[in-house]
Write a protein that binds this ligand. Structure first.
Ligand SMILES: Cc1cc2nc3c(=O)[nH]c(=O)nc-3n(C[C@H](O)[C@H](O)[C@H](O)COP(=O)(O)O)c2cc1C
Length: 177
């Protein structure tokens, strides 16, 4: 598939972040030796420690969690609407017992800056190196309804990824950049 993205600076990234994550979803790829794609819709973009940072929230029950813990790099990939089925598959099956690349027909492409691949056909992709992680701690919840999201007590860990580079198609680039 022909690459329609080009490399951009973080300041030239244009997005509706709430719509992008909550409605379009993304594929978080972790693991170098055996990369594994997992669907996510919780996350964020911003500045931390004077660095451009992408944050993802991963429950310890995910295979992806172990991969991020041992190889602290990831890509976050946003796919065109025609690839929605891939997101559904990668959000309902675990890489522990399925090769999701083979099952979906999706292909990895080498990243420019890290050892974890991006996803062929993506419209937007971040290459990130994890610089820190933080745990969601239920004793800190001020809104008691949050606990209902954790019947298994598998509180998320936040993985804070410094953005090493971004590849984006035109709809995600500031006009004129
Ligand atoms: C729309 C959608 C969004 C999801 N967002 C997250 C998320 O942000 N964090 C998380 O830990 N799991 C999330 N999941 C669940 C994982 O994608 C799912 O459990 C997956 O099978 C885990 O794959 P793995 O075991 O290969 O890591 C989401 C699932 C869907 C369908």
């Amino acid at each position: 598939m022909k690459e329609t993205m080009r490399e951009i600076e973080p300041e030239d990234f244009l997005a509706r972040p709430f719509h992008l994550l909550d409605k379009e979803w993304a594929l978080l790829v972790a693991g170098k030796a055996r990369p594994n794609p997992m669907t996510v819709s919780w996350g964020g973009f911003g500045t931390l420690w004077n660095k451009p940072v992408v944050t993802v929230y991963v429950r310890p029950t995910r295979f992806t969690f172990c991969l991020l813990e041992t190889e602290p790099e990831f890509t976050l990939n946003f796919l065109p609407p025609a690839m929605r089925g891939v997101l559904e598959l990668c959000g309902s099956r675990s890489g522990r017992d399925l090769d999701k690349w083979e099952a979906s027909g999706m292909k990895p492409v080498p990243s420019k800056t890290i050892g974890v691949p991006r996803v062929a056909g993506a419209e937007l992709a971040f290459e990130c190196r994890v610089v820190s992680s933080l745990n969601i701690t239920p004793t800190r919840f001020l809104d008691p309804s949050l606990e209902a999201m954790y019947p298994e007590k598998d509180y998320h860990r936040l993985f804070l990824g410094e953005v090493k580079t971004i590849f984006a198609s035109e709809r995600f680039i500031v006009p004129g950049a």
